[in-house]
Write a protein that binds this ligand. Structure first.
Ligand code: MD3
Ligand code: FE
Length: 214
């Protein structure tokens, strides 16, 4: 019988070599994940960082784990302390590490042990222009990303900035594992459309789990 109230089980959608979307994978954990995001951001508030070029980022960020990613006039880097507050980042919750590891396993990347979790918060209009993630020491390690709240259009390109891009909608609970050759693809997020999500209100959150140092 058609059951309109059952939650659809997660499914895997290959995106490119080394990249797979685990659709809805985080849905059943979303409440707990958001509670933990609130705990982290109560200790290290979301902050619009200033890029080396002097621009205020439209995405607000915080981190947890041994290292956090941030940007200031000196450049982009992973560090043990938040240069905005001078404080160490809050510990990565076990639940975060466990989910990231399970998903990396499901995508075929064994023994993933993230030491950094960057948390991005998007408000209406916030975007991330096309970029590569290459500040991590070991690019053989994947990145696991978890999307929560409002949907966003993700842009996913090639290995050169000018390469053609595909557009993929990332929705509440979607997890993407990026490894292998896809690890160095250019990618970005188009400006967030306004909306209200029952769990996250006017925002979209994205958690990226990374291994910054060997
Ligand atoms: C493809 N975040 O934090 S998640 C980032 O939704 C970032 O906030 C976006 O790009 C966001 O660096 C996109 C999807 C993602 C994350 C990391 C990747 C795609 C990736 C690393 C390599 C290739
Ligand atoms: Fe990125």
């Amino acid at each position: 019988m058609l059951d309109l109230f059952s939650e659809e089980a997660p499914w895997a959608e290959p995106l490119a070599e080394g990249a797979v979307i685990l659709r809805r994978r985080a849905r059943e954990h979303a409440g707990e994940l958001m509670r933990l995001v609130e705990e982290v951001s109560a200790r290290n508030p979301f902050h619009h960082r200033i890029t080396p070029g002097g621009h205020r980022m439209s995405v607000a960020m915080t981190n947890c784990g041994d290292f956090g990613w941030s940007t200031d006039s000196r450049g982009y880097q992973y560090s043990e302390r938040d240069n905005a507050s001078g404080l160490r980042w809050p510990a990565m919750p076990d639940r975060f590490r466990q989910l990231a590891r399970e998903c990396a396993d499901e995508a075929g990347f064994a023994q993933f042990n993230p030491d950094a979790c960057l948390i991005n918060r998007y408000e209406p209009g916030a975007k991330l222009t096309l970029h590569q993630d290459k500040d991590e020491q070991d690019l053989k390690q994947p990145i696991v990303s978890v999307s929560l709240g409002l949907p966003a259009v993700f842009q996913f390109g090639g290995f050169d900035r000018g390469d053609a891009t595909q557009r993929v909608l990332l929705e509440h609970g979607d997890i993407v594992v990026w490894g292998g050759p896809s690890r160095l693809r250019f990618h970005g997020i188009l400006p967030l459309k306004p909306g209200i999500h029952p769990l996250t209100g006017a925002f979209r959150y994205n958690l990226t789990f990374r291994r910054a140092f060997r």
